[in-house]
Design a protein around this ligand. Structure first.
Ligand SMILES: Nc1ncnc2c1ncn2[C@@H]1O[C@H](COP(=O)(O)OP(=O)(O)O)[C@@H](O)[C@H]1O
Ligand SMILES: [Mg+2]
Length: 336
C-alpha cells in the first residue's frame, strides 16, 4: 500500500483533507476512514462541502492540503491509478443526451480500456442490472430523470471499480424512482465486495441505506457512526405518550421519574409524556409502574428519535427544507 500507515481494511481514507476557495473553507481538515465493503453516507445540507470532499477523494479537484487514499492508492500522488479503482456518479447528470444508453456506456468502456471481448457482455450485464436493457438503443434525451441516473450508475461501474462514489444520486427524483435506486444499491452490495460512498441530504436515505453516516456541516464532520450509534448519542430523545384514565398522583409520578432512562415527565390533558433514553425497553416498565399505582393506561405510543433529531442536536438546526411533517398524534421534537 502506498502512504505510511494506510490500513488495507480501509477503502477510503482522508487525513486533514482541506479545500479552500479564496477565503471560504469548503472542506475543513476532514479525517475519515471508510471500511472495505461499507456503504458510507455523507449527510449534510446544501453547501456543507460534500461535493467538494468527494471531488477531492476522486481526484477531480486538488486538495489545498491534507491527504486522501482510495483502495490504498494515494489520490494526490497517483490520480490515474486512483481513477482505475474508483467509479464516480456525479451530482450533475453528464451522460450525452444525443447518444443512446448503450453508446454512452460504450464510450466509457473504451475510455477505461475495457477489452473488446469484455465490453459487450459487461455493458449488457450493467444495462440489465439497472433495468435499461430494453431502452438501450433509445437516445438518452428520451429518458426520464430516474433512467438517466440509473444509466450513470451503470456508467460508474463500467470498469468494475472497487469503490463507487455517488453524489446525491436521488436528488430531484420522485419517490418511486428513488426507491428503484435504493434497491439497485442494495443489490449491488449483495452481489459484490464494492465499497460505496453515498452523498445525500435526505435523512431517510441515509437511514435506510448506510452502514455508517458522517454528518457534515460547514466543511467539518460533526458526528460519525451507525444511524443507531448516532441516535444513541443524543440523550432523552425517545418520547413515550401514555393516555391515562385519570391524572397520575404524586406517588405514581415519582415512580415513573425513578425508572432508569427517564429524563423528563410532562403532564398532558389526558395522560403523561415521558422523554427518555431507550424508550422501547422502558415502555413495558412504565405501564407496569402505572398499573402498580392503579392508574389505568388507555393508550401508549413510542416515538423513537430520528436522524433528523440527531442532525438538529449536532448542528443546531433542521436539515429539512420544509417543517417536519408529523404522523397523527406525533409529538413535536425539541431541540437539545
Ligand atoms: N468551484 C468553486 N468555487 C468557489 N466556491 C465553491 C466552488 N465549489 C464549491 N464552492 C463552495 O464551497 C461550499 C461547499 O460546496 P459543495 O461542496 O458543493 O457543498 P454540498 O455538496 O454539500 O452542497 C459552498 O459554499 C460552495 O458555494
Ligand atoms: Mg453537492
Amino acid at each position: 500500500m502506498s502512504g505510511a500507515g494506510v490500513d488495507p481494511a480501509h477503502a477510503i481514507v482522508a487525513r486533514r483533507l482541506t479545500r479552500r476557495f479564496g477565503d471560504l473553507v469548503a472542506v475543513d481538515a476532514v479525517d475519515l476512514e471508510v471500511r472495505r465493503g461499507e456503504l458510507f453516507g455523507l449527510l449534510g445540507p446544501n453547501g456543507a462541502g460534500k461535493t467538494t470532499l468527494v471531488r477531492m477523494l476522486t481526484g477531480l479537484v486538488p486538495a489545498t492540503s491534507g491527504e486522501a487514499w482510495v483502495a490504498g492508492i494515494d489520490v494526490r500522488r497517483d490520480p490515474d491509478g486512483a481513477r482505475r479503482v474508483l467509479g464516480v456518479v456525479p451530482q450533475a447528470l453528464t451522460s450525452d443526451l444525443d447518444l443512446t444508453g448503450h453508446e454512452n456506456l460504450d464510450i466509457y468502456a473504451r475510455f477505461f480500456q475495457v477489452g473488446r471481448a469484455e465490453r459487450r457482455p459487461r455493458i449488457e450485464e450493467l444495462l440489465r442490472r439497472v433495468s435499461l436493457w430494453d431502452r438501450r438503443d433509445d437516445l438518452v434525451k428520451t429518458y426520464s430523470g430516474g433512467m438517466r441516473r440509473r444509466l450513470e450508475i451503470a456508467r460508474g461501474l463500467i470498469h468494475a471499480p472497487r469503490v463507487l462514489f455517488l453524489d446525491e444520486p436521488t436528488i430531484g427524483l420522485d419517490p418511486q424512482s428513488r426507491r428503484v435506486i435504493w434497491d439497485l444499491l442494495g443489490e449491488l452490495r449483495r452481489g459484490s465486495e464494492i465499497t460505496i460512498s453515498l452523498t445525500t441530504h435526505y435523512l431517510d436515505e441515509a437511514e435506510a441505506l448506510c452502514d455508517r453516516v458522517a454528518i457534515v456541516d460547514h466543511g467539518k464532520v460533526v458526528a460519525l457512526g451507525t444511524p443507531q450509534e448516532l441516535k444513541a448519542s443524543v440523550p432523552g430523545s425517545d418520547t413515550l405518550d401514555l393516555g391515562l384514565a385519570a391524572p397520575p398522583g404524586d406517588g405514581s409520578r415519582a415512580a415513573l421519574a425513578a425508572l432508569p432512562g427517564v429524563r423528563d415527565l410532562e403532564l398532558l390533558p389526558q395522560g403523561v409524556r415521558i422523554r427518555a433514553d431507550g424508550g422501547a425497553a422502558l415502555l413495558p416498565r412504565v405501564i407496569e409502574a402505572l398499573r402498580a399505582a392503579s392508574v389505568e393506561v388507555t393508550s401508549a405510543s413510542l416515538s423513537r428519535i430520528t436522524l433528523e433529531d440527531v442532525f438538529i442536536h449536532f448542528t443546531g438546526r433542521s436539515l429539512r427544507e420544509e417543517p417536519a411533517a408529523r404522523g397523527p398524534g406525533g409529538p413535536p421534537r425539541r431541540g437539545p
